[in-house]
Design a binder for this molecule. Structure first.
Ligand code: DHB
Length: 391
């Protein structure tokens, strides 16, 4: 068995784990990143595509990505489509901020390239990862592709290993909070031109639909479906006929269609586990909390967690401030609960409820018409969508 000593062992080499490793490197703190997936697998898994203002700043200011500015698309608002008409909400006007359309896979590519360039110790394609002795001298053991067992000894272990986290189970949960939803999202990629300049979030009697983008020729779309829906039961014709029905209206909006090149069903739930730390083990991102996809907060929250965590770890490991980790859960959760509310709120405003009652339908339309017709309503959406400024 080979042994490596490092200061921070990061379980999970997605964007959160890599960004943490990058920020620690900038503070002169060594880390080792471990992930059971291969790099190629992460690079080809489709995830959400919207970055909040502060997430973009973090990528650019830390030197991790110039590409987000040159290849990403700045979006100064969104369209809310209901009652058969598009209503534009202008983020710039209401809160002076924008978001960027830049898919999570690209964030991963940039961070992976940056860490590789800087000589980061990144170990992908491993198996059997186990974390030991988190209240004493933590160790992570795993087996490499050749079947050799390795051990990484660290002062701190960070669980940035996503919604199926193995680290989460090692934190003695004081409290877990859940919200289940009686639906899911059907997501697909298609070869089609853009249907609009910005994203179109649609509420219809048949349920929610979202028209997002990827490039000039490839688009990403989603529609509300039943939980447990089978993607293979949806032919291309059936997908487009549902999208047409949900986006139909009486303005000049035209849904642009084309071959569907990938499809999947996305789970839908809200989850928070507290605390986010146990001894020398700390959780970040989806390992500690999950939001429903509406509003694309998942990656943004993970990046916000690791920004706080990098600062706290620097105080703990460079400035010998042993109490620095104590405030991490509270600081991270203050943003997490705002995002939980925001994702839940957007979801309940735009999705058809299980019963599909007239009351709910008219209540949603009342809320939407307030939102687009009021400075306060539009500013509320704009602030949450572009992200709350970090302290
Ligand atoms: C995307 C996903 C979302 O959940 C969302 O709210 C907006 C955009 C996307 O994949 O592009």
């Amino acid at each position: 068995m080979s042994t490596t000593r490092t200061r921070v062992a990061i379980v999970g080499g997605g964007p959160a784990g890599l960004m943490l490793s990058h920020l620690l490197h900038l503070s002169g703190i060594e880390s080792v990143v471990l992930d059971h997936r291969e790099v190629a697998e992460i690079e080809t898994t489709h995830r959400a595509g919207i970055l909040e203002r502060d997430a973009v700043r973090l990528l650019v200011d830390s030197g991790a990505s110039e590409r987000v500015l040159t290849e990403g698309d700045r979006h100064g608002g969104i369209h809310l489509r209901f009652g058969g008409v598009n209503h534009h909400v202008d983020f710039e006007r209401h809160v002076g901020a924008s978001v960027w359309l830049y898919p999570q896979t690209e964030v991963f590519v940039d961070l992976h390239r940056t860490r590789t360039r800087d000589g980061g110790d990144l170990r992908y394609g491993i198996s059997g990862t186990q974390v030991h002795d988190v209240t004493g001298s933590p160790r992570v053991t795993y087996v490499d592709a050749e079947g050799v067992t390795h051990e990484v000894r660290a002062e701190i272990v960070v669980g940035a290993d996503g919604s199926r986290s193995i680290c989460r189970a090692l934190v003695d949960p004081r409290k877990q909070y859940f919200r289940e939803y009686p639906f899911a999202w059907f997501g697909f990629l298609c070869e089609a031109p853009k249907s609009a300049d910005e994203l179109v979030y649609t509420r219809s009697e048949r349920g929610f639909a979202l028209i997002s983008q990827r490039t000039e020729d490839v688009q990403r779309m989603y529609f509300q479906c039943d939980a447990g829906e089978d993607p293979t039961a949806w032919s291309e014709d059936r997908i487009w006929s549902e999208m047409h029905a949900r986006t139909a209206g009486h303005d000049d909006f035209v849904l642009r269609t084309g071959p569907v090149i990938e499809k999947s069903v996305l789970p839908f739930r809200s989850f928070v586990q507290t605390p986010m730390r146990h001894g020398n083990l700390v959780l970040a991102g989806d390992a500690a909390h999950t939001v429903p996809p509406t509003g694309a907060k998942g990656l943004n929250l993970a990046l916000a967690d690791v920004r706080v965590l990098a600062e706290v770890l620097e105080r703990a490991l460079v400035k010998d401030d042993a109490a620095a980790l104590d405030g991490y859960t509270e600081r991270a959760l203050s943003r997490v609960w705002k995002a939980q509310h925001f994702s839940y709120w957007m979801t309940t405003m735009l999705h058809r409820t299980a019963e599909g009652s007239d009351f709910d339908e008219l209540r949603q339309l009342g809320e939407l018409s307030w939102l687009v017709g009021s400075e306060a309503g539009s500013a509320y959406l704009a602030e949450g969508y572009t992200g709350w400024p970090s302290r």
